[in-house]
Ligand binder design. Structure first.
Ligand code: AP5
Length: 238
């Protein structure tokens, strides 16, 4: 994929579990040369390393509930302060509550916009809409590479050799929370706690929705169009 060098600012991907946030975030990150920041991945890393944060988050995640906001803020702030975020970043799985969205706006205002042109760096917020019935099938069919993080699906995006990563030959794994009863709890948490985040951005006229029911490449094409339109508007402002 062609890589684009100009800075881009924050991109936020919203959508229910299984919508394709991680899949699309990887593609955006590669295309624009910016980091993908997945709060789910960072939390799973903490659980694996057995940190204090991981110990506090482990059981909550296994039940499919949201980790309390106060545990998330410090983790996100320290990641966003890395130098690799200066040109922009793509957030996947954050913000997940209206309080997290308000926190992010305040963080960007105080720390990110300081050295940047504010109007050109307002977040691009993209919600990936997917039919509810598709989500269960996507999540139960998901496999991921523990080494490089690449995401597969046994139904729609299978690896060339079953259960083996195409890129580094690692054995693929099933996420702990991709069991049916936990998936239902995650979808429930999305309906109750995360859906209002889209309303938060919509009220600020920053939300754009794409059809996530389409094949992966077609979803990517829609997202890239949204990003490029936003960049063209921002360039006209400068
Ligand atoms: P997190 O890791 O963020 O999980 P999630 O939001 O539930 O989302 P997923 O990663 O399951 O789905 P996705 O949208 O990324 O889809 P993917 O691209 O993989 O969070 C996990 C837990 O951490 C939470 O439950 C919570 O406890 C905690 N947490 C994380 N962030 C938090 C926060 N900010 N606050 C509080 N708690 C937090 O795709 C899914 C499958 O579908 C794949 O197999 C893929 O190949 C396939 N697929 C993708 N697109 C398509 C397509 N267009 N067509 C067909 N198949 C497709």
């Amino acid at each position: 994929m062609e890589r684009i060098e100009r800075g881009i600012g924050p991109i936020i991907l919203l959508g229910p579990p299984g919508a394709g946030k991680g899949t699309q975030a990887q593609r955006i990150a590669e295309r624009y040369g910016i980091p993908q920041i997945s709060t789910g991945d960072i939390l799973r890393e903490h659980v694996q390393r057995g940190t204090d944060l991981g110990a506090q988050a482990k059981d909550i995640m296994a039940r499919g509930e949201l980790v309390p906001d106060e545990l998330i803020y410090g983790m996100v702030a320290s990641r966003l302060r890395h130098a690799d975020c200066e040109r922009g970043f793509v957030l996947d799985g954050f913000p997940r509550t209206p309080a997290q969205a308000g926190w992010l706006d305040a963080f960007l205002e105080h720390e990110f916009f300081e050295n940047q042109h504010r109007e050109q760096c307002l977040p691009i917020v993209i919600r990936i809409d997917v039919d509810y019935n598709q989500l269960l099938r996507r999540l139960t069919g998901r496999r991921s590479c523990p080494t490089c993080g690449r995401i597969y699906n046994i139904y729609s995006q299978p690896p060339q050799v079953p259960e083996v990563c195409d890129d580094d030959s690692s054995r693929l794994v099933i996420r702990n929370d991709d069991r049916e009863e936990v998936i239902r709890e995650r979808l429930n948490a999305y309906e109750l706690q995360t859906k209002p985040v889209a309303e938060y951005y919509d009220s600020k006229r920053r939300l754009v929705s794409v059809n996530g029911d389409l094949p992966v490449d077609k979803v990517t094409a829609q997202i890239m169009r949204v990003i490029e339109d936003h960049r063209a508007d921002a360039a006209n402002l400068s």
